[in-house]
Ligand binder design. Structure first.
Ligand SMILES: *Cc1c(COP(=O)(O)O)cnc(C)c1O
Length: 363
């Protein structure tokens, strides 16, 4: 059987070293160790140090583990907001965060643009009472990315508000300046190329202090995964409940592999592969780039409109052992989404482009 190559935006292609790390993990009986042991603390600490280096995290940042990135939306709303949030929405994921704010009885403000568009931050006006600004670096449903300079500009304009960044499907690619961000979060099954089942929450002391203040005022901030409790455990490199120890171990190994390869190198390769994919989509007859503004095109999730039926195209490409993603939601039959994560090589992207060239013609 020929192995398939996955270009899906999550779950995604598994980073090439993960199978080997998993074998070692079982040989070393990692899944059986206690999460209160020194061995686990060492794994957590190593993961923290690697993530800190990759993202150049300031000293006042903690790295916390949750069940998923979806969980972090709830945690941020419960722990860092008394009343008002502000959401930049341009697709399904950014919208879901807003919906959670409504469900938790916050007063979320909505700044929404149509799918396929990004934001003109100079046009955004955020009311004074807003406590937390919520942005999505990479809107996976539409392939729209928010330039990091725009994210930083928001912080420059609103330094007293918490700024939190969904980088679920793009971490570790964007070079965010974490002195201009208060929290960011991701899941491991996207650009890190790991099996699903772990959310990672990078969060600074300002967020912790906000949670402490809210608790002292009587706000319910959650139970086992409330921020104050997660942070207290983090200080001992422990977690409140039994965590996904294998997932954390694998994250420690893959982050190490990425550091050994070089973060700049990884980012350059991503850019190179993205250029190739956009050029292909632009030139292949029957495909069109969905995101009009080049500055808002995601490097890691390339979305194309298809002239023919997208589901049929995806099937024909799958018959050649290449798995590409379908359009999201209402765009399921009219778009394809191609993930460009570090797990797939330049050679594999070139192979995909060749297959697309032949296949779209016949679709
Ligand atoms: C996938 C995704 C999420 C949710 O991640 P889960 O791992 O399913 O919790 C949130 N935001 C974005 C942008 C995503 O792509």
């Amino acid at each position: 059987m020929n192995p398939k190559i996955f270009f899906t935006p999550g779950p995604a292609a598994i980073y090439p070293t993960v199978a080997q790390h998993t074998q070692v993990a079982f040989a070393e009986q990692i899944p059986s160790i206690s999460h209160r042991s020194k061995a686990f603390q060492a794994i957590y600490q190593q993961t923290y140090e690697n993530i800190r280096e990759i993202f150049q995290l300031p000293d006042d940042y903690a790295v916390l583990f949750t069940g998923s990135a979806t969980e972090v939306w709830e945690r941020l709303l419960q722990n860092c907001v008394a009343q008002e949030t502000f959401h930049l929405v341009n697709g399904s994921f950014s919208r879901r965060f807003y919906d959670f704010a409504l469900l938790l009885n916050k007063m979320p403000h909505l700044h929404e643009v149509v799918w396929g568009q990004g934001f003109d931050v100079s046009q955004i006006d955020i009311p004074g009472n807003v406590e937390m600004i919520c942005v999505t670096h990479n809107e996976t449903s539409t392939g729209v990315s928010m330039p990091v300079a725009d994210i930083h500009a928001l912080k420059d304009r609103y330094p007293n508000k918490l700024l939190v960044v969904d980088m679920v499907s793009s971490a570790p690619i964007p070079a965010l300046d974490f002195t201009k961000v208060d929290a960011a979060y991701f899941s491991v099954q996207k650009a890190f190329g790991l099996p699903a089942g772990l959310g990672v929450w990078l969060v600074n002391r300002r967020c912790l202090e906000k949670a402490q203040r809210l608790e002292s005022q009587g706000q319910i901030t959650g139970t086992y995964h409330r921020l104050t409790n997660l942070w207290k455990s983090f200080e001992k490199f422990q977690t409140p409940p039994t965590p996904n120890v294998l997932g954390i171990y694998l994250l420690s190994k893959v982050t190490q592999d990425l550091l050994n390869k070089g973060i700049r190198q990884m980012r350059e390769e991503t850019q190179q592969k993205a250029d190739l994919l956009y050029k292909a989509v632009d030139t292949i007859e029957g495909l069109d780039i969905f995101v009009q503004n080049p500055a808002h095109r995601s490097e890691v999730v390339v979305v194309a409109n298809t002239q023919g039926n997208a589901a049929e195209l995806i099937q024909k490409v799958a018959n050649q052992n290449m798995v590409i993603g379908s359009g999201y939601g209402k765009n399921k039959t009219s778009q394809i989404r191609i993930a460009n994560f570090p797990a797939t090589s330049l050679g594999e992207v070139e192979q995909l482009v060749e297959i697309l060239k032949k296949t779209v013609l016949l679709n």
